[in-house]
Design a protein around this ligand. Structure first.
Ligand SMILES: *Cc1c(COP(=O)(O)O)cnc(C)c1O
Length: 385
């Protein structure tokens, strides 16, 4: 990669102090006795899995959760020694790599556990697995109605140890219906059935971010936290309850590449979707939909320059976005542009962009592509006003 100072100025600043602040904040909230799995799948929701995991490991997180074996191996290769759970399960043929790299799979079926057992035996090992029970998410996991038979068969696999039983909530942000309560009930019944078969898991975990914050009974002895660690509480946590204080971890910044005036009746961008009504000052910034600046934000979103907003003019293209600079005094080429984050007294959160285009903050930060360098900052100056 080119040296930083020769790079295009479009960057993602990752505030690692905010990350550890959020971890501490949520830990205080759920109680120190509850273990904490930091979910760093999908490149830590776009924040950079390795830099985030290194910092979270130093902060004493108990587990990491990833989606794929490849993500787990990336962490191991960078020196992470904390236990890693692969939430995406184990695909046939991956068993030996899991065992040899000391990575723990979630398993959704007796078959997957039996394959782990066979490979573990051939390696002279006992493999830990976390058994996922589907209590109503309907995605992956042993159906809660089939738990009895599953427990019986797992108890017969000598080279597999059920280290944890887990489930995943479908609607923990919704406090109006009690589906989370129903899932919790089904899960604890499943745990009881496993215990009757002599399986005593070390970890019992149900809660994601909204579960951990909004459903105290679901905390059990471990919570699996993604969103809240990255400060993405606003649009995924239950509404109307006390929540832990969270800080934004990711800010997206760039600089103005060019400024020009277009006359009344002239247009900018593909499809000519923006027409100037009068002489209009247009700035061009080097960020586009390949960077994850979603094209649906065309003519809808805005960016911040010197604490003021500049609306997007016309279509966002692959590498460029055009903005109206009429309300920005003394603006010049090279000025900093905040796409997500704080500028003066103004602020744009990932959830604000998400709200404009009908998605959630997670999809915005996950979507920031590999083309945007992640730059670790510690308590960036933008935090203090
Ligand atoms: C992604 C994921 C989580 C984390 O969810 P957040 O809402 O980001 O806290 C927890 N558990 C499982 C199984 C997941 O897939």
């Amino acid at each position: 990669m080119a040296e930083r100072r020769f790079q295009r100025p479009t960057i993602a600043e990752i505030d690692l102090e905010a990350l550890t602040f959020n971890l501490r904040s949520v830990r205080d909230f759920v109680g120190a006795e509850v273990k904490c799995m930091a979910v760093v799948k999908a490149n830590a929701y776009g924040h950079g899995a390795v830099i985030c995991a290194e910092r979270l490991e130093k902060a004493g997180v108990d587990w990491f959760g990833v989606a794929t074996l490849e993500e787990a191996i990336e962490l191991r290769a960078s020196g992470i020694v904390t236990p890693i759970l692969c939430l995406g399960g184990v695909w046939p043929g991956q068993e030996a790599i899991f065992i040899e790299s000391n990575i723990t799979p979630a398993v959704f079926s007796v078959n997957a556990a039996a394959d782990m057992d066979k490979t573990a035996r051939s390696l002279g090992r006992v493999a830990d697995v976390h058994v996922k029970i589907d209590t109503g998410m309907g995605r992956v996991g042993v159906p809660f109605r089939g738990v009895s038979e599953t427990a019986e068969r797992l108890a017969q696999l000598p080279n597999v140890r059920v280290q944890a039983l887990m489930t995943h909530f479908a609607a923990a942000d919704d406090l109006t219906a009690d589906f989370t309560g129903e899932q919790t009930k089904r899960f604890f019944e499943a745990v009881r059935i496993f215990q009757q078969r002599g399986i005593e898991p070390e970890f019992i975990d149900l809660a994601n971010s909204p579960g951990a914050v909004g459903h105290p009974r679901s905390r059990a002895n471990m919570v699996r936290l993604g969103g809240v660690l990255y400060g993405l509480g606003g649009d995924v946590l239950p509404k109307g309850i006390k929540t832990p204080e969270l800080r934004r971890v990711m800010s997206i910044k760039t600089r103005i590449a060019q400024i020009k005036t277009i006359g009344a009746g002239e247009t900018v961008g593909y499809g000519r979707t923006f027409t100037a009504e009068r002489d209009t000052l247009i700035g061009t910034i080097p960020i586009g939909y390949h960077d994850g600046y979603r094209r649906a934000l065309s003519n809808r979103g805005q960016v911040l320059i010197n604490g003021r907003s500049a609306p997007i003019a016309g279509r966002i293209s692959m590498d460029w976005t055009t903005i109206v600079l009429d309300d920005i005094p003394e603006v010049s080429v090279g000025d900093e542009v905040v796409v997500i984050g704080r500028s003066g007294r103004s602020e744009i959160a990932a959830e604000d962009l998400a709200g404009l285009i009908g998605t959630i903050s997670y999809e915005i930060t996950c979507g920031i592509s590999a083309r945007v360098p992640r730059l670790a900052v510690a308590g960036s100056s933008e935090i203090d006003d």
